[in-house]
Design a protein. Structure first.
Length: 395
């Protein structure tokens, strides 16, 4: 099987790749500004809140980087493992498989040991951690070392007999030399902005495709390493892998275009920097939500709530701006709190009187939302007119 697409490995070699600074400069400034906003907002949070945000972002990103490769891992077990590592949140949960623990080990090493040099052995350890049994699915693979098979390393999609070859990496015998060049470049001081370096490093590594399996996840760990060197632990809060998962088709398309084009990789760099900016903006929204929660409880610290009321309010807080779809009704409260209809109605009215929630609508169409600016329905008049969701008990 062969492809007519040109291979970037024919010459010149990767250190000659370049990008045009002018198209990238404006987006770089916006991305760094978004990163700076994240750092600034974090200053308004306590240490424990920062850890909780970092734990959730790390958990979501671990699930996302696996999902990009088509692997589904359990978010609850990841959260409990991350909680134990950071000493925060719910640390009691189902044990994560060894391969998942290995992924978290690699991601953690990139952040905690961000000042350590990148070496072949360090990447060997990351890749071996992903495949603790030495198998990828049903296939025995080389772990803790670069690939050595004689057949070409091809990136293929489609069913058997109808495959599409997206890219062919350099042959295995060239991998050690290619990776020597890559490691030397990665560790050297360069003129590249950190986000540009992350983009180039990821593209270069994925193009070498040095391992039999795990290249995508290791390539995204390298992004974590570059960003951690730039912003430290704050980098955990910026969900790059989640953003790439959300745009997986475009992510693959951009990599493919860069690998089959000339050595001008401006389009890839610009696209990657934009993803960092958007991921930073998403992190900023998450921090806003955490700040709103903290301020909410500070404002209502003197209110005495029943255990049921506190449970419902916490669920609404966890749901974030907009809360539950259709708002909180007496029926929902009754179900969540495990209480009678009369008690649910009375306790919701008490929450309104204490100022924790605000009411929209009247009679059977009454719905309650947290009393936080911007957290209610976008159109309260429409919400009142619409009444209960389809199929919901109107009482």
């Amino acid at each position: 099987m062969s492809t007519n697409l040109p291979l970037i490995w024919q010459a010149p070699t990767w250190p000659a790749m370049h990008y045009e600074p002018i198209p990238v400069t404006g987006e770089l400034a916006r991305a760094h500004r978004a990163q700076g906003v994240v750092e600034g907002k974090l200053a308004g949070l306590g240490f424990e809140q920062r850890l909780e945000l970092a734990a959730e972002a790390w958990s979501q990103d671990a699930v996302a980087t696996a999902a990009i490769e088509g692997e589904r891992i359990d978010l609850i077990s990841v959260r409990s493992s991350v909680g134990r590592r950071l000493g925060v949140g719910n640390k009691i949960g189902p044990a994560a498989p060894r391969s998942v623990e290995g992924l978290l080990d690699a991601m953690d090493d990139a952040v905690r040991e961000r000042d350590a040099a990148l070496t072949h052995e360090r990447m060997y350890a990351w890749q071996a951690a992903l495949f603790p049994t030495g198998y990828s699915g049903m296939s025995k693979i080389v772990v803790g070392a670069y690939r050595r098979h004689a057949e070409p390393m091809q990136i293929i999609s489609g069913r058997v007999g109808r495959e599409t070859i997206h890219y062919e990496a350099p042959p295995s015998e060239r991998v050690p030399d290619e990776m020597d060049n890559f490691v030397a470049w990665f560790n050297a001081e360069t003129e590249h902005d950190s986000l540009v370096k992350a983009a180039l490093a990821h593209l270069w590594f994925e193009s070498i495709h040095p391992f039999e399996d795990g290249n995508g996840r290791i390539g995204r760990v390298l992004i974590d390493l570059v960003l951690a060197r730039d912003s430290g632990e704050v980098g955990r809060l910026i969900p790059i892998s989640q953003r790439l998962l959300d745009n997986r088709d475009e992510y693959y398309a951009q990599l493919e275009r860069a690998q089959h084009g000339e050595l001008d990789v401006t389009e890839w760099v610009l696209w990657f920097v934009t993803q960092v900016r958007v991921a930073s903006e998403q992190a900023s929204v998450a921090i806003d939500t955490a700040l709103a929660k903290a301020m909410f409880w500070t404002n209502h610290r003197d209110n005495v709530l029943t255990a049921r009321q506190r449970k419902v309010v916490n669920l609404l807080l966890d749901a974030g701006p907009g809360g539950f779809e259709g708002g909180m009704s007496t029926k929902k409260y009754e179900s969540i709190a495990g209480t009678s209809r009369a008690t649910a109605s009375r306790e919701l009215i008490e929450l309104e009187e204490m100022g924790l929630v605000c009411r929209v609508g009247a009679g059977r169409s009454t719905r309650y939302y947290l009393n936080i600016v911007g957290w209610g329905p976008a159109d309260p008049v429409r919400a009142a007119q619409d009444g209960p969701a389809q199929g919901e008990d109107r009482s």
